[in-house]
Design a protein around this ligand. Structure first.
Ligand code: MRU
Length: 352
């Protein structure tokens, strides 16, 4: 297929992390070379790279960059590991909600702490592992995409929110991975993409990706989903996730919860598609998920122009939490998890 088979959202090459600049899509297609841990922090914070699995890999690459930098300033192993752990905390603070960032960084730190060798070997192992995680991400998405395709009815119209596509991962995508796998079997499927205010990942990124792959895509504004569900025009909803609690409560882009409520009311199945690395078994419910508060300019301005009164109050949470009872299933690389999620999630991790 056109877009995703050729380009990786983020790729480690010659000791740099090369990523697609998602802030300028779909008008311009450019890559940026990230050469330091600090540049990686800024790339994640400013959403040059975004989407839970993609920022996980960015975090892993960020630790690779930090390890390469720190190996030049100290030859004391204890000091190296302590400085690397400081960099890990710094990188994790770039964005708080998507757990993949913490998961990937912790995996890299585990290598540093468990390797009984010199600094040079630790650096090599970390760099190698960052690359391995990058490659595994695509395989995981293809696997979950194929499981998810099973729940897409023939000639279905699928609603999705935000961008859980190749651009939110290294390649192929999670929710859009399900759509890609379904499309490979049945070219008559259609997609409705919510524009996803305020940053418009649905309009800017999802329509860009899906139309490039030849998939029939209709862009709607966020408030339109219940209108089309009432008309019987949506057969199934598939969205991604930024963090899933042990009971299945799921944080995803702001507006997802509204879609889930509308889907329940209209008897439209509502699925989450995410790798197991998005499941945070350390938290019991969605109440414990930290929701990122984003820059208020995202709400007050459109294309750089202020669209509201000067003195109005602004709140801009980047994510919301969909309660588990609204979720028909969680599509993962280990299969489709069904309620009760505290049982199916536990089982998925015990057989991993
Ligand atoms: O703020 P973003 O663009 O990083 O948010 C992304 C989302 O909410 C996606 O839907 C989610 O990360 C799933 S990505 C496979």
């Amino acid at each position: 297929m056109g877009f995703t088979s050729k380009i990786k959202t983020i790729e480690w090459t010659d000791n740099i992390s090369r990523m697609i600049d998602q802030t300028i899509l779909p008008h311009e297609f450019k890559t940026v070379d990230i050469k330091t841990c600090e540049e990686m922090f800024n790339a994640i914070k400013n959403m040059i790279v975004r989407g839970a699995p993609a920022i996980g890999i960015a975090g892993a690459h960020g630790i690779s960059l930090a390890a390469l930098e720190l190996a030049k300033i100290t030859s004391n192993k204890d000091e190296f590991i302590q400085l690397l752990k400081n960099k890990a905390e710094y990188l994790k603070s770039a964005r708080p909600t998507a757990v993949n960032l913490m998961w990937a960084i912790d995996k890299q730190i585990e290598i540093a702490e468990s390797t009984n060798s010199n600094i040079q070997t630790i650096v090599e192992l970390i760099v190698k592992n960052g690359k391995k995680m990058e490659l595994e991400d695509i395989e995981i998405n293809k696997k979950l995409g194929d499981y998810g395709a099973e729940i897409i009815p023939k000639s279905a119209t699928i609603l999705t929110h935000c961008n859980a596509g190749a651009l939110a991962t290294v390649g192929y995508g999670t929710a859009l991975g399900v759509i890609r796998s379904a499309y490979a079997k049945d070219h008559s499927i259609k997609v409705f993409a919510d524009e996803t205010r305020p940053r418009q990942q649905g309009a800017r990124l999802t329509t860009f990706e899906l139309t490039a792959d030849g998939i029939d895509t209709t862009l709607i504004t966020d408030g339109m989903c219940s209108y089309f569900m009432k008309k019987g025009m949506i057969d199934v909803v598939v969205v991604g996730a930024d963090r899933i609690a042990a009971n299945g409560d799921t944080a995803n882009k702001i507006g997802t919860y509204t879609v889930a409520i509308a889907a329940k009311y209209h008897n439209v199945p509502f699925y989450i598609a995410a790798p197991l690395s998005t499941i945070d078994t350390n938290i019991k419910s969605g109440d414990e998920i930290i929701i990122e508060e984003r820059d208020h300019n995202e709400v007050t301005t459109i294309n750089g122009e202020r669209v509201c009164a000067d003195n109005v109050n602004i709140i801009n949470p980047g994510f919301d939490v969909t309660p588990n009872e609204l979720i028909s299933g969680i599509i993962t690389e280990a299969g489709i998890l069904k309620p009760p999620y505290n049982v199916s999630i536990k089982n998925a991790f015990s057989t991993k």
